[in-house]
Design a binder for this molecule. Sequence first.
Ligand SMILES: O=C(O)CCC(=O)C(=O)O
Ligand SMILES: [Fe+2]
Length: 320
Amino acid sequence: MRSMLVVEQETDILYAFSEKKLDPLTEKEINLFFQEGYVIRRNVFESQEIENSAKCIDALVERAKILFKKLQDQDYFPTQPDECFLQDGTPFQVVNVMGSVGYHFDISENNGNTSTRIVIGKTTDGNMSIHRFIWAGGLEPPLLEGSRKFFKSVSQLLGCNKADWIINSIHSKIDSELKFDWHQDVKNRKHFDPDWEKWTNNGKGSYVVAITALTKADESNGGLWGVPGMSGDLYLENIKDFAILKEKAHLDKALPLNLNPGDTIWMHPYFVHGSCSNESGEPRILLINGFSYIDDETGLHANTKPYPGKGSAQEVTLKE
Ligand SMILES: O=C(O)CCC(=O)C(=O)O
Ligand SMILES: [Fe+2]
């Protein structure tokens, strides 16, 4: 059963993240989004909001450190995909994607009603690398509260009054070898949910992501790259050969999507993008919010699957 997001019931006890609402996207911004596949707005998060987010991330990192220390104490770093347990009984999954091993811990609070998936790895020199915090607001509700400012823009871009809030993640690249190969987010949606968009294709992609930089994100620290321009419904999933991918996806036209702290980029699910590893020693931290379409008339959901993190993939009302 779909229920309202927990944070909606608890709004009263959360501190105000920001007094200021986000101005709706202008017609020009909306047109850019559909023509270019993305639109950037500067200073969407003010410095106070960035600081609040940083406090939440610090708290998540502390939890990650404790988990990593337990792995170290046990000298237990399995590499084969498996369901494993720490000595204290905490379960975790080992995921190995092309040699990059991630330890996935679902950590819950609030009597198990909300949770975050903490994904960590080990660097070649034996240190912890934070891969990501999935549904980060499950453990740190201010991250959800602060992200509600995107609701209006999501309603404008998806053309609906309600959506499923499926992603609220922190992607932190600090001295990490982590990178994201060229992809379209629609691929992630289809992988996750084979019934993705089955009955609801609204001609607008049915999914939108709003990525907010909490540090600078540019060429120097493994930022974000993208290929401006949308080529209809070009879907890249089945292209394995890089030379063909390069040609079809026009990778020669790729640009760095440079963001300063607080800037937000909205991306269409067919927008081709990726990011490099961060060798700079300077962190690159993104807050990623993803929403999927619910048809106002039929009530059908483009997404039919629960996502990691209790409290995620829940229906939210976008109109304020
Ligand atoms: O963190 C990044 O660099 C990119 C993340 C991304 O594109 C994704 O998760 O789909
Ligand atoms: Fe992506």
